[in-house]
Write a new protein. Sequence first.
Length: 94
Amino acid sequence: MAAHYPELLFLEVPVTNQNANLHQGLGVPSLPYGHIYYPEAGLVEEMKISKKYFGNLVKRVRWYQDGFCGVDETLVPEGDEESDSCNTGSGDCD
């Protein structure tokens, strides 16, 4: 995915004995897990990114890159977790 968005910064933070507290402090409930940060807004999305949910990450990255989200696009529900909306700092998309 990073190859498709070379202007974006992608980081991988492996779990090790030395950084386990970091993952706990960020509230990472399961792995793999992702955060999306937007320049003017900071942390805007947190989500599971296992194979089942990876399409959600792809859609959300595209939404933030484009500056809007498609109302006709659906995401794979993640249960009782937070809503699947996007916020680019200029308005909400539900």
